[in-house]
Write a protein that binds this ligand. Sequence first.
Ligand code: ADP
Length: 744
Amino acid sequence: MLVTPPTIDLSNCDREQIQFASAILDHGALLTVTEPDLTVQQASVNTREMLGVPVEELLGGPLSRLLEEPQLQVLREHLRKNELAASPGFLLRAALGGADFDLFGHRRDGVLVLEFERRSEPTATGNQLSHELHDALTRLEATPNLPAFLDLAVTQIRELTGFDRVMAYKFLEDGSGEVMAESLLEGEGLTPYLGLHYPPSDIPAPARRLFSLTWLRHQPDISYTPVPITPVANPLTSAPLDMSYALLRSVSVMYSQYLKNMGTQASMVMTLMKDGRLWGLVACHHHRGPKHVPSEVRVAAELMVHMLSVLMSAKEHLGSYQYRMKLKAMESGLVANLLRENDFSAGLLHRTPTVLDFVESTGAALVVNGRLELVGRTPTEEQVRPLVHWLSGHMAEEVFATDSLAGYRPEAAAYSELASGLLAMRFTKSKDDYLLWFRAEQLQSVNWAGDPGKPVDISDDQQRLMPRTSFAIWKEMVRMKSKPWLDEEKAAAEDLRLAILELVLRKADELGALYQNLERSHAQLDAFAYVASHDLKEPLRGIANYAVMLTEDYGPRLDEEGRRRLATLSRLSQRMDDLLNSLLEYSRVGRVNFADADVDLNQVVAEALDTLRVRMEAQGTEVRVLGTLPRVRGDRSHLGEVMVNLISNAIKYNDKEKKWVEIGADSLSVYVRDNGIGISPEHSEQIFQIFRRLHGRDEFGGGAGAGLTITKKIIERHGGRIWLESTPGVATTFRFTLATRGAG
Ligand code: ADP
């Protein structure tokens, strides 16, 4: 983990070209030679101490000054057969200057780079190593998930290599890293780093690039003295040697310092790749002293991380698959609840699973028809409302996700602790109904293994090079940020949206069918009422006519009682005719087509008042129209009927000395108010039923009891609603609306 001191700009570090180190670690020597002549072009300055031949003697001369003919033959054979283009290949073992060396070679910048690494003997034989490797892989394959897999992997790598600490480190989407697994030597008081987070600057871009080029980097002694290469420029290219692949490449001073501050004396870093990209690292640290890992063991370890990379992809895919399955199951649960409950709030928030069980979240909000409901830990309603308003103007897609809401809306900083992350889902484009999930600030949920308050016992200028300081930098970086939303989660929100829409559409279909049934039976009823009233009128007219004839022709011959009965017959048939007329009118209102015209209610009321003027004057009622009435869309003559009915009732049902009627409109509705006898609340529904009267036919000059029924039907056919407010004995107000653009 690399950290730059405060004096150095982090972006400098991002540009630092560490592949042109022009120096090597001090446990080996490096030469570059040209092919096929094998003339030495560059050398590390330590060839005398290491290989027994001084640099001056090697430079410009043949390689045979160092290697004997049989060794050169082996070398030439390798060069003929192998490309040696990317990674250094093992060429041969040689005893030079009194020590054993492994010789590795690779081709770069037009030269052959030869690296002599001093050998250390492995404790295990090759046979034992391959058995250990086999066992390790068998057990790794059997682990159920990624965390268990990484736990076992670090344990096994520690057993294989003998390091004091082995960590699996994962790069997160924002470039920061997290220690996912750790195996630690016990009894030495080593601080665990498990769960620690690092800022991206800890492993700057050039280092990440180099890591992704080589599977393994080994530094047996952190306190090494870098050995320069001479000449610095490769005579063939006149540029410093590109050491990207060199085993012995010297490392950044800051990297070494950082490791030293962690108490590390030797390190080995291996690369975890996923789908061709750097996924993470396995970092091995030794604290008890320098440690050189024999090349055979390194090969085994490297093989192991190759296998880890392959297996890990599979484990991670499996993890993602399992999560997707869980999300699907939760989605089904939510939809089932909605089916059962018929209501968004009950189905999504108040039955398990709730929306909080769906995607990982700390709180949620549901907005339907302007009603807001909150569950879990959330900002307040006063904070969520403006957020919803903002979303309605900013959501291009139906699902929106951010792990840093304050980055979009500075106001959100006030509640970043509760909702740094937001996943928003709008049910449909045309309506502002939402489901929101909140995620708390990540810091609230981060696991710090050690004690962040513990004093750091190292000089001030080096504090930045401490893992704890790294953690502080990382903390600064993730302030007001939540854990990012996974693609799986965004996709799941979209899926849930579609499932809910489908459900709503299905319900609408069912309702539609129900409505059609209802319409049909209404129509049948209207048809029946029409036929019945129409057909009944015929014989009724006969009865009435005969009653008249009887009165005229035989009246004088009848006695008083007979004439009275005849009069009753006439009256009853007249009354029946009235009833039939009402019924006919009622069925007509149900069957005829209504116009959809622009209607000025002021004119409609004026005409109604003209019609009723005689009655008004007879009753001595003062009628006032307050303000201007709105223009509406509808059927002019039927709206006239409504006004006549309501106003005539208002005139009729009044026993006050000074009678008045007020007609007006407010934001809510159009109203007709009187200071009449009032209607007690228990009758406020009944009076709209056909032939329902609260008074004797002759009281208040009452009618057939169909006026309000017809009025209601006309209003409903305009998509409106009628209701009343009344204080018995004092006043009554009838109010109505006409569709949504209605009367307001
Ligand atoms: P009707 O033709 O008998 O007036 P309506 O259907 O118009 O029948 O009204 C039904 C009943 O509602 C009436 O009989 C009356 O008792 C009551 N009613 C209607 N309007 C008023 C009002 N403005 N004040 C008091 N009672 C009313």
